[in-house]
Ligand binder design. Sequence first.
Ligand code: ADP
Ligand code: MG
Length: 697
Amino acid sequence: MSASQRALVTREPTRLRAARFGGQARAGARAAQLLQKLGLTRDWDLLLHTPQRYRDESTLTAIRDLVPGEEAQVEAVVEACQVVFRGRRQLVATLRDGSGELIVRLLHFFPSHQTLLEAGRRIRAMGVVRGGWAGVEMVHPQLRAADDAALPDRLTPVYPTTEGLPQAWIRRRIDRLLATAVQDDTLPEAVRIEHGLPDLATVLRFLHHPPLRTDLQALAERRHPMWERLKFDELLAQQLALRRARQERQRRAAPAVQADADRAGLTGKLLRSLPFALTAAQRRVWAEVERDLAASVPMNRLIQGDVGSGKTVIAALAAARAIESGWQAALMAPTELLAEQHFLRIEQWLAPLEIEAVWLTGRLRAAERRSALQALQQGRARLAIGTHALVQREVRFANLGLAIVDEQHRFGVAQRLALRDAAFAPHLLMLSATPIPRTLAMTYLADLDVSVIDRLPPGRQPVATKLVARRRRDEVLQKIRAEVGAGRQAYWVCPSIEEGKNTEASAAIRVFEDTRASLPELRIGLLHGALAPRERSAVMQSFVQGQIDVLVATTVVEVGVDVPNANVMVIEDAERFGLATLHQLRGRIGRGTQRGACVLLYDEPLSEAARERLKIVFDSNDGFEIARQDLRLRGPGEFLGARQWGLPLLRFADLERDQQLLERARQAAAALLLQHPQAARRHVQRWLPQATEFLDA
Ligand code: ADP
Ligand code: MG
């Protein structure tokens, strides 16, 4: 236990103490506030607030036998106690049992401590023994009067807590609940027995108060059989929520979107007008989307494809299909830059087909915005492309039949769901370049159908990646000169520093100045998030049209940007980027038929972790492999970005380790919904109150 934790255990907090004098009600309110800080609002949350460790208070050690450095409990009589000044005020008591003398030292103390340590009282002190100059001592041991209780016959829980909330208080509170609240087991007995799981009350009592001599290592690592039940319940709740979301959706009416030869035949025209033929992978995915669109339940499909695999054209085809069937379509992108790129490209594809598209972001002028909204509401505009401005309240579609969300992992689930309404749900198509490993897909995305574009368009050459130390920057400049000389363009990417747009911009501006000085004969452009949108799009357009040779940019170019002639990318301070970002960035190049080159510039010396990360990107061009490694290094919580996929991440179960349990939970979820719908509902409510809100909304 660290010093600060120990302090939490023993120090009596000022605020709660003050509250105690102020009356029960205030203390209760204050405690509730502190509990909330720990995320504990319901009784159930408290029951799941499992100990961070346990203490064995079942034995007493004679003072003579105390070993410095070890934790022990003694029972002894206070011989003397006084406040002394040794640099600061402290309370020092001398304790004596039949075998020797122990000093107890409190650096923070309250009158209650002085009462407890009055001379003549028999107390128990538990703490780490220190060898002081005058004999053994304990600093801030846990203290209690000895006369009140027999020694416990179970391990004592030590809970995670927060400043102001004493251990003893949490312990009492949880014990009270253990005695009453756990009677309600949401898992029907038959299901429980079928899966060989213990009942909930037994499990919770065990985890809060394990018997002496329990395998604490197994308990700490959640390998202990008692954990199995909680992990199962957690996975089950998630599977139930996902299944219910799916059922819910399937009860809704879908827009009928069918190929119709008599009508405009837009998709056919679009296919014929493309400058390329679809790959086999794209054809397969388009067929899946086509089939979903024609079905009577709303589509809920995720297209996964590595960067550059050609997801946009599938989105455009789906939009054309919706439009030719008389519906409107909307495409939402996570950044303004990307939305604009989509708009320009898709408009270029669709304009010859006489489809009116509008463009909607948060930064439109009032008049432009008004006319765009009107065009959508009156149904004149058949297609809307934009940022999350599309899901704001004022945006009304005449008849939205299809919503497309690009780079969907960047949106929260709330935004994803906002494109629907209650009785009627447009088809939903999501695109993502972040590959989700199978286990995650099974849990977090179990309510989605997934199509994978598993091949890049033909003629692509894998990007050659190089790791280059910053002191060799000159060689990189040479390389850029040569590439630009051969008619290509380059990106020069600077890290986006979290603190804010200004620092981020200033890093980019510095690199921009450097690069301009080093390559005076080239046309250098600068793109960062702090530019006004108009400037940004002007710079991007010049780059697209080849009027800029080297584009110095922050990660605003990370997603979606598509300039096939730009074939070299330098990433500054590459060690500061995450794996997914590096892969996304690199995906901007190698889009033409020439072999692209990506230079990862790093500062020496590299940390072990940074070296490992860079090596992964160096070794592989495969987004799935990189994602797997990323998952391995960071764990699922970090990997997905907490809550981004809409359901809370797992707290007890571990997807890698508990795969079998996950499989069983999946089966149980199906059975439970059929045979015990009420129990299923209560179970989800208990474990995932937020998900219940979503589903009932
Ligand atoms: P992403 O899947 O990363 O969104 P894009 O849709 O931006 O990829 O496509 C990447 C590039 O590949 C674009 O320039 C696009 O026009 C081109 N492309 C897409 N499909 C094909 C294809 N079948 N053959 C050749 N080029 C294609
Ligand atoms: Mg894309």
